[in-house]
Design a protein around this ligand. Structure first.
Ligand code: SAM
Length: 305
């Protein structure tokens, strides 16, 4: 990227106007409307400051990051050298969880908050591969994710995808967003996907209340999927990596098992219950040299009764 000012709303409108592979006319109509009603102001990516989305992109081997992000990620790696492994295992969990929810549970609607920079396979690609009519609403508060949202709006002709430039801490704005209401039928089950985002929401921002309020808007049969960094297996997560994030202005709050389980209060945990990301319904044998300490990320999915 040549400079850090990106006219994201305009860029997104162009992305919609040029169609994007397979975008259905009906979805295009509302999507175009949603973008066109957005304020068209240049968004400063603040490349001088690290952002968690770009640090994550760097850790995954992506190219949508800047020196400040790489420097912060390297500092976090110095504090917790397995962070790349943890990141990859988290992303693999996201894919398995989405596929399971679509293929085995039969969910056709997904609300993914804290989407991150597009990284193939994205959630909509995974679930629409199983069910082409699946609908996905993405949301993230990072302008760089908005700038790349074009890659998230390439749904199948029979499905729909939408993107919200929104903050998890503003639940009411997410639930009221016209693009969400146009895409998801909140009378039908929805999978709420909060993958590797809640550890960026400190207790003072009320993460349990945020999750509970989102779930309150979803009907019985909806599901909640969460992954979350933890220092339970390696103190370096809490003593090395998290302070490296916080020192650069990125809040990071790894939580222990009890605090993680609390997100699922009142829900029915699916098998295998609360576990580590790599142990949640793995596709094959877990490599003998992949340890819980390296992954250091809790994962679980539960059903709303
Ligand atoms: C580590 S990435 C995870 C990306 C993806 N969910 C995955 O697991 O592969 C965390 C994402 O959450 C987003 N994020 C952090 N805090 C957020 C908030 N309060 N509201 C919305 N998005 C947020 C960041 O911008 C980033 O894109």
């Amino acid at each position: 990227m040549a400079n850090d000012d990106v006219s994201t709303a305009d860029g997104a409108a162009e992305a919609i106007a040029d169609g994007g592979p397979g975008g259905p006319p009906s979805a295009m109509a509302w999507t175009r409307h949603a973008w066109q009603s957005a304020p068209r102001q240049p968004v400063n990516l603040r490349t001088d400051q690290p952002h968690s989305a770009r640090m994550y992109d760097y850790l995954l081997g992506g190219k949508d990051n800047f020196p400040a992000d790489r420097d912060a990620a390297e500092q976090a790696l110095a504090g917790f050298p397995h962070l790349r492994t943890a990141t990859r295992q988290n992303r693999a969990f996201m894919t398995r969880a989405a596929r399971y929810l679509a293929a085995d549970v039969g969910i056709r609607q997904f609300l993914d908050i804290g989407t991150g920079i597009p990284t193939s396979p994205n959630l909509h690609e995974t679930v629409q591969d199983v069910a082409p009519d699946a609908r996905v609403v993405y949301a993230d508060n990072d302008p760089i994710v908005l700038a790349h949202a074009r890659a998230l709006l390439t749904g199948t002709p029979s499905g729909r995808t939408a993107y919200l430039d929104a903050d998890l801490r503003d639940v009411e704005a997410i639930l009221a967003a016209p693009a969400l209401r146009d895409t998801l039928d909140l009378d039908q089950p929805v999978a709420l996907s909060l993958i590797a985002i809640l550890h960026f929401v400190p207790d003072e921002d009320g993460p349990y209340s945020l999750v509970a309020r989102l779930l309150a808007a979803l009907p019985s049969g909806s599901h909640l999927a969460i992954s979350h960094g933890t220092a339970d297996f390696d103190a370096a997560v809490g003593g090395g990596a998290a302070p490296a994030y916080r020192a650069r202005g990125v809040s990071a709050a790894p939580r222990g098992r009890e605090a993680f389980v609390r997100f699922f209060d009142g829900l029915e945990l699916l098998e295998p219950g609360v576990t580590l990301a790599h142990r949640w319904r793995p596709d094959g044998p877990i490599p003998a040299d992949l340890t819980d300490a390296q992954v250091s990320c809790y994962a679980a999915i539960a059903r709303k009764p």
